[in-house]
Design a binder for this molecule. Structure first.
Ligand SMILES: [Ca+2]
Ligand SMILES: [Ca+2]
Ligand SMILES: [Ca+2]
Ligand SMILES: [Ca+2]
Length: 676
């Protein structure tokens, strides 16, 4: 341990010392009993809290694309806030040194790697990083590191016209280069940007006045002012470390793969080739991850960061842009590394930005990642059913079917469901409290929003009142924190942030300007501080402050987290759907109900997704069977005064079960447990 810190001081305070930090020696800490107990909180480090003004260079709070000053010390200063919220695992932004800026945008998000072996100086040095993680562990938090293995920042251009300069020009059908500003009426022109040319399966091609001229050479940028320098370690400054095929175009131009205008099938080979080998839009250069030297260098870099930071898991970026073979190599090596250092239960989950369970499920096979973000649920439930009118809650049940397999189609349309997610754990992968292997079906990471999509409130009609928006947000949060899997909250949801697409959804939590709203006053719209009702009399009495722990959504999330913490069934229990609907008519419009059962604890969650009327957990004369015996009193854990009796008739109960016919108000969730 001492050795890292001495080295760190050497690296960052003595200009003569330029070697990258060496890994820490000795064992790592072991912090996780069962990942299903955790609630993840996503921190965008630059936007969360500024604890050290000395690293605030190139910052501008008024520019949403600039660095805002957040850092690792700032995170450590907010542990009381995070503890009050009840989250247990912190996912932080990538820590590696980035290209500083590109085309007026800065790398505040951390996804534009320039040097895999050094920290991003905006966030602190490795001493500050390790201090933050050590303090987090001492408080009972776990820390997950965000990593990118697919690409680096905008590091080079393709010198298509072989003139040694980065250019922008048109290419005619005959291969003639037409400078910008000149015209060539004889041919169809393609715009070429040497920093970011379109995908070519044969590699980006060079053209000279004589015509095609083989593969375009790549030329690394050297602009130290914005740290746009050849990527490091040195292997990443070699052309063979990159695929060199140009930027993915398939999402905007599906016709290049012969697909319909709405896109290609998930497993279309032409689409998959582009996604795996192409440069990520924005000129992010795709690494040749099939090469063993590249794989080894990435393993070395990221196992090093585990040793330096004592992290408890990886959130892995752009999973579907790297071939399966890479994950089947990288993940087992990381598991072996962490186990060798005494860290059990290192957790690796990835981002495959796609709503298709066929594609998502593929990444759960083999020995690659333990789990992934549950994007199909995001689209079907959080962007679909909850924002709709509450009909066909069977679509939510179908999510479970695609994960686990189902004999019958919950929508009654005769579909058959094979389990698409792997039900076997990984060798050396995450385990439960008794050493039992956990699998991807149990470890899906559930999320309502993240840094790449608009915040949940943003998708609601803007004319809704704050209380209408809050009601739907709370229904969504209720599901997020009671469903099976690992919940992940995006920072700012507890302050009811409502920013739209990137970068509007990356608000700075400590900036008072993000706690303002527009109100109509004296004939025009005026900006005023947001307020809320803190004493429950229906009138707003409190001005909203940054890091406010008293607002209704902070308190609601804290309550849900405490309920989850106190009820093992909500963390580790199996999920069984008890009621879903296939249409919009009927007394049960909008009802979705499920139980979580673990050992002898059972919790029943009943939601009404309908927006207009109360609905019943019954249809005609049949009510909902529940896993509680008749006569049991069920109390709502969100509202202890609200209780219900389980009946003996009205449904076809199994042995030990009863029946429940209750009325649920619109956009409401009940979390029911048997009374003592
Ligand atoms: Ca700072
Ligand atoms: Ca050129
Ligand atoms: Ca790739
Ligand atoms: Ca009040």
């Amino acid at each position: 341990m001492t050795r890292i810190f001495i080295f760190a001081v050497c690296v960052f305070s003595a200009t003569a010392c330029v070697a990258p930090p060496t890994p820490g020696e000795g064992p790592l800490s072991d912090n996780v009993i069962n990942w299903r107990d955790e609630v993840i909180y996503q921190i965008m480090t630059d936007r969360f809290a500024d604890g050290d003004a000395s690293n605030n260079y190139n910052t501008n709070l008024l520019d949403p694309s600039a660095y805002h000053g957040g850092d690792w010390r700032g995170i450590a200063e907010k542990f009381d806030y995070l503890e009050a919220l009840g989250v247990t695992t912190l996912w932080i932004s990538p820590v590696v040194k980035n290209v500083e800026s590109d085309a007026g945008f800065s790398s505040y998000h951390g996804y534009w790697t320039q040097d895999f072996s050094r920290p991003n100086p905006h966030f602190g040095d490795i001493v500050a990083l390790r201090e933050m993680v050590d303090q987090a562990h001492a408080r009972g938090f776990k820390v997950i590191l965000d990593i990118v293995t697919n690409h680096v920042g905008q590091a080079f251009y393709y010198d298509i016209n072989k003139n040694g300069q980065p250019d922008e020009f048109f290419l005619g059908q005959g291969g003639r280069i037409v400078p910008i500003g000149e015209t060539d009426s004889s041919s169809e022109l393609t715009r070429i940007l040497e920093w970011d040319p379109d995908f070519n399966p044969d590699g980006v091609q060079a053209w000279t006045s004589l015509g095609p001229s083989g593969l375009a050479p790549i030329i690394f940028a050297r602009d130290p002012k914005i740290n746009r320098m050849p990527p490091q370690p040195d292997l990443f400054a070699q052309d063979y470390a990159y695929n060199q095929k140009g930027r993915v175009t398939i999402w905007n131009k599906p016709e290049v793969c012969g697909c319909d205008p709405w896109g290609c099938a998930w497993n279309n080979p032409c689409r998959r080739e582009q996604e795996v080998l192409g440069d990520f839009p924005g000129g992010l250069k795709d690494l040749a991850t099939h090469r063993y030297d590249v794989r080894n260098a990435l393993f070395d870099a990221f196992s090093n960061w585990i040793d330096i930071g004592d992290f408890d898991g990886f959130r892995i970026d752009t999973l579907k842009h790297v071939e399966h073979g890479f994950w089947d190599d990288f993940c087992p090596r990381i598991r072996e590394h962490t186990l060798g250092k005494g860290k059990q239960n290192f957790f690796m989950f990835g981002e495959a930005f796609d709503g298709d369970d066929n594609l998502l499920g593929e990444y759960t096979q083999g020995q690659g990642v333990d789990s992934l973000f549950y994007f199909s649920q995001y689209y079907t439930l959080f962007r679909g059913a909850l924002l709709g009118d509450g009909s066909r809650t069977c679509e939510i049940e179908r999510l479970h079917c695609r994960r686990h397999g189902c004999q019958d189609d919950p929508c009654g349309e005769g579909q058959t469901f094979e389990a698409l997610y792997n039900g076997a754990g990984k060798f050396n992968g995450p385990t439960g409290e008794y050493g039992d292997q956990l699998n991807s079906r149990q470890l899906v990471v559930n999320f309502l929003s993240n840094h790449d999509v608009g915040r949940f409130i943003y998708f609601m009609p803007p004319e809704w009142s704050q209380s209408e928006k809050r009601k739907l947000l709370h229904l969504a949060l209720g599901y997020l924190l009671t469903a099976d899997g690992i919940p992940c909250l995006y920072y700012g949801v507890e302050q009811e942030f409502e920013g739209g697409n990137d970068p509007a959804n990356r608000e700075t939590l400590g900036d008072i300007n993000n706690y303002k709203t527009k109100v109509w006053k004296n004939g025009y719209w005026q900006e005023s501080q947001k307020t809320y009702d803190s004493d429950g009399d229906g009138a707003d009495d409190t001005v909203w402050e940054p890091y406010d722990t008293g607002n209704p959504s902070f308190k609601y999330i804290a309550l849900l987290n405490s309920i989850r913490h106190n009820h093992i069934a909500l963390r580790r229990g199996e999920l069984r759907v008890r009621w879903s609907t296939t249409g919009s008519a009927g007394d049960d419009h909008g009802i979705f109900a499920f139980e979580r059962q673990h050992a002898d604890e059972n919790i029943l969650v009943v939601m009404n997704l309908g927006s207009q009327t109360s609905s019943r957990t019954s249809s005609g004369t049949s009510s909902m069977p529940v896993g509680f015996s008749s006569g049991t009193t069920l109390n709502d854990l969100l509202d202890p005064g609200n209780s219900f009796q389980v009946q003996s008739s009205g449904c076809s109960p199994e042995v030990g079960e009863g029946c429940l016919d209750i009325s649920v108000p619109p956009r409401t969730i009940l979390i029911l447990a048997s009374g003592s």
